[in-house]
Design a protein around this ligand. Structure first.
Ligand SMILES: Cc1cc2nc3c(=O)[nH]c(=O)nc-3n(C[C@H](O)[C@H](O)[C@H](O)COP(=O)(O)OP(=O)(O)OC[C@H]3O[C@@H](n4cnc5c(N)ncnc54)[C@H](O)[C@@H]3O)c2cc1C
Length: 293
């Protein structure tokens, strides 16, 4: 009932963490105006400090040494990643190489596997980058002209759980009573359940989840349907899945090497924290890597 069935093949410790994190009594906070305000504020601060930030640069190669040289290519466009944030412009020209005294690498571990690293990382780091289990996630979004879930079913925010393929349906937790309709997350699933949607086209994900909603709330909802879209994070080369989720044995076998620096290359990102799959974990890892340096 907590969207944890698809997580049930994980290591016991990870399952306990997941159960605590997704306790129905847990309070979650969001940022009014959108979560991207958080990185945007960091970006503004960095600009004020004169720190150069380059967007659309894909790291492809690391030449390690007292100074490590990072090689970049132009970012590969992804269907889901084509929109740049407010005020964020593409760089005028690709900055192909950067030589650095210290490097903090925060890309997902599976994405790091295609990096050309010379000399190679230590065997146990390579094993960790190779084996650390990442789960997938898929979300399908349906826009409706009116908020039938509120007006007809008295649902204000929260989720519906079903054994239909959609599984977990989330309703907007803002703009209650709004007259401009709203967007329902008609399916938000992880791991094996998310992997299933990967095989489907965007169009059929929308179609199947709209059918599920019609089964639950009645055929009449189709009249108010406007448009739908979806995102499967396993299909995205920049995320390569939802998040690290430690499989059985991985706490014992790999955890010691997840955070381990390789000379002047430090590993950040939520996967290297104790709050895997949370923004809080990415911040925790950011503080740890800063302290390491
Ligand atoms: C579906 C979903 C729902 C979530 N819900 C929540 C939630 O409700 N609350 C919460 O706290 N957390 C949630 N999370 C988790 C949260 O998004 C992560 O914990 C957080 O984004 C991790 O930050 P990060 O900087 O470690 O990694 P990321 O945000 O993944 O950043 C990694 C960056 O590296 C870039 N990158 C990848 N490869 C390269 C390369 N070769 N060169 C250059 N750049 C590269 C990527 O483009 C990306 O910008 C959710 C995640 C998903 C997928």
């Amino acid at each position: 009932m907590l969207n944890l069935e698809s997580r049930s093949n994980l290591g016991l410790i990870q399952q306990i963490v997941e159960t605590i994190d997704h306790d129905p009594k847990a309070t979650y906070f969001g940022i009014g105006g959108g979560m991207d305000l958080l990185p945007q504020r960091f970006y503004e601060y960095l600009q004020q400090q004169g720190v150069q930030v380059y967007f659309n640069h894909m790291l492809t190669k690391l030449d390690r040494g007292t100074k490590t040289t990072l090689h970049f290519e132009a970012g590969k466009p992804q269907a889901g990643n084509t929109m740049l944030g407010h005020g964020v412009a593409a760089p005028p020209a690709l900055h192909k190489t950067v030589a650095a005294d210290e490097v903090i690498l925060t890309i997902p571990f599976p994405a790091a596997r295609v990096l050309d690293v010379n000399p190679a990382f230590s065997p146990l780091k390579r094993k960790t980058l190779r084996e650390l289990n990442y789960n997938g996630a898929t979300k399908v979004f349906l826009q409706f002209r009116d908020r039938f879930w509120e007006t007809k079913h008295n649902i204000f925010g929260g989720q519906v759980i079903t054994d239909l393929a959609s599984r977990f349906i989330y309703f907007p937790s803002t703009d209650f009573g709004g007259k401009d309709g709203g967007v329902v997350i008609s399916s938000f699933v992880w791991a094996t359940e998310a992997a299933m949607w990967v095989a489907f086209t965007d169009e059929s994900r929308v179609e199947y989840t709209l059918n599920d909603l019609a089964k639950i709330f009645g055929e009449g909802i189709r009249d108010s349907f406007v448009v739908g879209t979806s995102q499967s994070w396993s299909n995205d080369i920049y995320s390569t899945g939802e998040a690290a989720m430690l499989a059985a044995g991985q706490f014992m076998e790999l955890e010691g090497y997840v955070q381990q620096a390789e000379d002047n290359i430090h590993f950040g990102g939520d996967a290297t924290s104790f709050k895997i799959a949370w923004i809080e974990g990415a911040i925790e890892a950011g503080i740890r890597t800063a302290l390491e340096i």
